[in-house]
Design a protein around this ligand. Sequence first.
Ligand SMILES: NC(=O)c1ccc[n+]([C@@H]2O[C@H](COP(=O)([O-])OP(=O)(O)OC[C@H]3O[C@@H](n4cnc5c(N)ncnc54)[C@H](O)[C@@H]3O)[C@@H](O)[C@H]2O)c1
Length: 349
Amino acid sequence: MDPVKLAVIGAGLIGRKHAELIAGDDDCSLVGICDVDPRCRSVADEFNAPFYEHVEDLLKAERPEGVVVSTPNADHASVVELCAKNLVHVLIEKPIADSMEASIRIIDIADRMGIKVLVGHHRRHSPLIQKVSDVVQSGRLGQLIAVSMMWTLLKPPEYFDLEWRRRRPGGGPALINLIHEVDILRFICGEVSEVYARSSSMARRFEVEDSLSISILLKSGVVASIIASDATPSPWSYEAASHENTHYFHTDQNCYHFFGTLGALGFPRMDLWSYSENDRSGWQHPLSKSEEPVVRSDPLQAQLKHFCRVVRGQEYPLVDGQDAARSLAIALGVLKSMDTKAPVVIETP
Ligand SMILES: NC(=O)c1ccc[n+]([C@@H]2O[C@H](COP(=O)([O-])OP(=O)(O)OC[C@H]3O[C@@H](n4cnc5c(N)ncnc54)[C@H](O)[C@@H]3O)[C@@H](O)[C@H]2O)c1
């Protein structure tokens, strides 16, 4: 089978990584890179790909079958519109957009033009996340009752050299990073009904938040909390604990905990705590620990291979536009709650 012809639009932090993965995968070929910043020509040169400063020039000259849209959040919709008009399938980096209106524009034009949309919530392709989902769904924790998530790390100062990362809308960990936690929570535990968030910009004093505490109620009645900060050197983040991204310092810690009526699970160590004898339960009885083996692998690469199969028509997108819009609605609900200092009911789009 011929490799799927793919291009990357937006060759910044994550776009360069996509280009590297595409160039190194036999399922696809990198036919071009586009970025409005001419300095990104160096990324194209690195992978021997043609470089364009205008999206339409790339689409018309190289005729890719699919593109990875890795521009800033506020530009996703306008880039996808150009792709859809040229009948090119898209893998859009998360979040799908920076507003519900923009996400609806994306879903509508994709439907009208018949292009496929995969949204880059790449952690859903992680064997670790798939294992937690299996354990929770299997009932081995009993009835799920609570989830605790921690995403705490230190972003280096140069990360904020780009202005959009310091400003709202578009920047800030609620939309850029916690959308991952929110999406995982939905994937494993079900839909969210209400969020209440308090935030602080105390560490950097930027317009965007640097630290948050989020309280979440799921439709099932499960309660969840997320503590997040991008201003602290800490070992408790998905990136540090999962070892999935070589760019990060790795630790052997858990960053999430899942609690059920029969047991509790630490992630990503997959240590499952429960009573050895179920008829002897209660705080005075010993808990025993077992570990769920998982072979770790790169979810970004798995996502790319899935995108190739989506473009070929062999699979339906694991995360389509509608699904991603539900995760966006929660992240935007968090931002609204931060601003109003009140709980926000999530309207499922
Ligand atoms: N999946 C992940 O783990 C992950 C990680 C980082 C970023 N992201 C997402 O990827 C996207 C990009 O983030 P980033 O940190 O790489 O941003 P970035 O600022 O480093 O790169 C974005 C690039 O897009 C270019 N660009 C802007 N508008 C454009 C347009 N209309 N056409 C072509 N190029 C354009 C910019 O010049 C820049 O080079 C965001 O949506 C972000 O949320 C996802």
